[in-house]
Design a protein around this ligand. Structure first.
Ligand code: DC
Length: 231
């Protein structure tokens, strides 16, 4: 069976990572959460006082990029990989609302994108990869054999993210999450470098009213079809 690249893009909290993990598991592909990489750089910037609610030390962050090393290590118990920033597991820290509020500023910096896109492309050299993000089908792997574009209403997405954070024990308010989802939609879609847009050849999924099993079945049909065509 031929290995392909599956690129999954879309707005925040559209369930991209849930689908990507299920696909990686079924097809025995490597799963790469590219958003986790932008979040980890943001965490580094926050910890080094290079970004905050009302400031961004862009030049200093750019000159610090060489000190940022990112890697994914598999967690056997969870069944997927977790992200490490300079050899420290930061999987939990990068999911906070504070990092979500800062990440769009950091991910708009072209030098940050260049570094991460390069690392992402290296991970795809042997194919057999499912990667999710905002620019995977347009910039990272424009030649990906299958491209998916996920959407859902902002309200549905904010409810999903709110539930996740509450279950983790974070003290958050729904209105702040909804505001963050809408802000990030705007910033991610309007930034100059690699804005979030649907690739021309991507298949669009609006999953506002679709459960995960229904989506997964439809997507597996697409994957099987592409693999049989290209194989
Ligand atoms: O997928 P996520 O919500 O964890 O991503 C966090 C942020 O990272 C998102 O708001 C925009 C940025 N991002 C990006 O610019 N390009 C990617 N390929 C992935 C994420």
């Amino acid at each position: 069976m031929k290995n392909i690249i599956i690129a999954i893009d879309g707005f925040s909290s559209t369930g991209k990572s849930t689908i990507a993990k299920l696909l990686a598991n079924k097809y025995r592909y490597m799963y790469v959460d590219s958003g986790a990489m932008y979040r980890a750089v943001t965490l580094y910037a926050k910890e080094n006082n290079l970004v905050g609610n009302d400031f961004l030390k862009k030049k200093e962050l750019i000159s610090n990029l060489k000190n940022i090393s990112l890697s994914f290590k598999s967690n056997i118990d969870l069944g997927f990989s977790e992200i490490y920033l300079n050899n420290k597991n930061v999987e939990n820290q990068i999911r906070s609302l504070e990092i979500s509020q800062l990440v769009s500023k950091v991910s708009a910096i072209s030098e940050v994108r260049k570094k991460l896109v390069n690392e992402q492309q290296l991970m795809g050299l042997d194919k057999g990869v499912v990667m999710d993000g905002r620019d995977i089908g347009t910039v990272v792997f424009p030649g990906a054999e299958l491209k998916l574009f996920m959407t859902a209403s902002a309200d549905k997405r904010a409810s999903r993210r709110y539930k996740e954070l509450i279950e983790k024990g974070d003290n958050v308010h729904f209105k702040d999450i909804l505001f963050n989802v809408q802000e990030r939609d705007k910033l991610d879609s309007t930034r100059k470098d690699s804005p979030l847009v649907k690739a021309k050849d991507a298949v669009e999924f609006d999953n506002s009213d679709m459960d995960i099993h229904e989506q997964f079945d439809k997507i597996c049909d697409l994957v099987d079809h592409v693999i049989s065509e290209k194989g």
